[in-house]
Design a protein around this ligand. Structure first.
Ligand SMILES: C[S@@+](CC[C@H](N)C(=O)[O-])C[C@H]1O[C@@H](n2cnc3c(N)ncnc32)[C@H](O)[C@@H]1O
Length: 321
């Protein structure tokens, strides 16, 4: 693992834990002069950073082996809504990478259909390969990856059409329509606007993706995700929290904004407070159902040092009317 903003895909904890109080960590960090460069306001005159999608594309090209795939089994404990056993549920995983979040969602219920976007074609191909080759998953027909830079582009019309958005509760489940079943299942991305569509999404997952998008583009990104949700639909969110160990390792020169950093490879990392989350999601019209810090103490196996990890866990809902 590299220092100063390590890429910690492997360092995920088992699931939701509260090993320490976030307020105690905050007091320690804010009293420690060696962390003062993380706290100072960022000059507003500084040019806002450019989108890091190209950096992510290079990252995935360099790591084509799929080494960053690790099934996030803890997700189902964190978000039991994913364990849906009754009705067909359409999920959208935003910034799916190699499918670490997609696989447990497909695995936990045969009723789950997963649409998944990423800005990198290479990682989508890898995710597809992993889904197709994972034994016992049977996810081939229920996984629909597509290329999209969510910080720049709107979601495609086939995911939701305007008439379905308006009569949302009654949106016809076209993928299950018997006469069209086969063709649509095989070619869901070829659905035509207003002729047929997926009919909206039941739950959007954003798992370590929003932090990868420049802060000035987060609002619009969230609005886009909300636009494809059915009324009553959920956003399930997990990402880096303020004063996570990886933030404190960044050097002053890696700061590109307030609580925002650029790794050596050009990818971004933002660290959220609950208040920032609240503001962003409320502004997009969502209701807060769950929002908290997940604070985990883990021990570095190499040097025996204790590491304080902080993640933000959130669950938000689109109002039903
Ligand atoms: C830290 S990975 C998380 C992957 C996955 N959600 C998971 O649970 O492991 C962040 C992902 O977001 C993708 N990403 C970054 N910026 C994006 C953008 N603007 N549009 C779409 N995907 C983006 C990256 O390519 C990367 O695969």
């Amino acid at each position: 693992m590299e220092g100063g903003g390590e890429r910690d895909h492997e360092a995920e904890p088992e699931y939701h834990c509260h090993d320490f109080e976030w307020e105690d960590l905050r007091a320690d960090v804010e009293a420690n002069p060696s962390f003062s460069h993380h706290l100072s306001p960022f000059p507003t005159t500084a040019a806002s950073p450019s989108p890091s999608s190209e950096a992510w594309r290079s990252f995935h090209r360099r790591h084509a082996s799929g080494r960053f795939f690790k099934e996030r089994r803890y997700l189902l404990k964190e978000f039991p809504d994913l364990l849906n056993n009754n009705d067909v549920a359409k999920m959208l995983e935003v910034g799916c990478g190699n499918g670490s979040t997609v696989v447990p969602i497909l695995r936990c219920s045969r009723n789950n259909i997963v649409y998944a976007c990423d800005c990198s074609k290479d990682t989508l191909e890898k995710a597809n390969e992993i889904v197709n080759n994972t034994e016992g998953l049977d996810g081939k027909d229920r996984f629909h990856p597509f290329l999209l830079d969510v910080s720049k582009e709107t979601f495609p019309d086939w995911l939701f059409c305007k008439s379905c958005q308006m009569s949302n509760a009654k949106a016809v489940d076209l993928l299950l329509d018997s006469s069209e079943h086969n063709t649509r299942k095989e070619h869901p991305v070829l659905l035509k606007e207003n002729q047929c569509c997926v009919g909206g999404i039941d739950a959007v997952t954003m798992i370590f993706t929003l932090s990868a998008i420049p802060f000035n583009l987060m609002s619009i990104t969230i609005q886009r995700c909300v636009s494809v949700l059915k009324p009553g639909g959920l956003v399930l969110f997990r990402d880096y929290g303020l004063y996570d160990m990886t933030m404190l390792r960044f050097s002053p020169s890696q700061r590109v904004g307030f609580r925002e950093y650029m790794r050596a490879d050009g990818t971004f990392s933002y660290f959220f407070t609950l208040d920032t989350m609240r503001e962003l999601f409320h502004a997009a019209g969502l209701l807060e159902l769950e929002l908290e810090y997940c604070c985990v103490r883990s021990i570095n196996r190499k040097n025996g040092k204790s590491m304080q990890r902080v993640w933000v866990h959130g669950k938000f809902q689109k109002p039903t009317r």
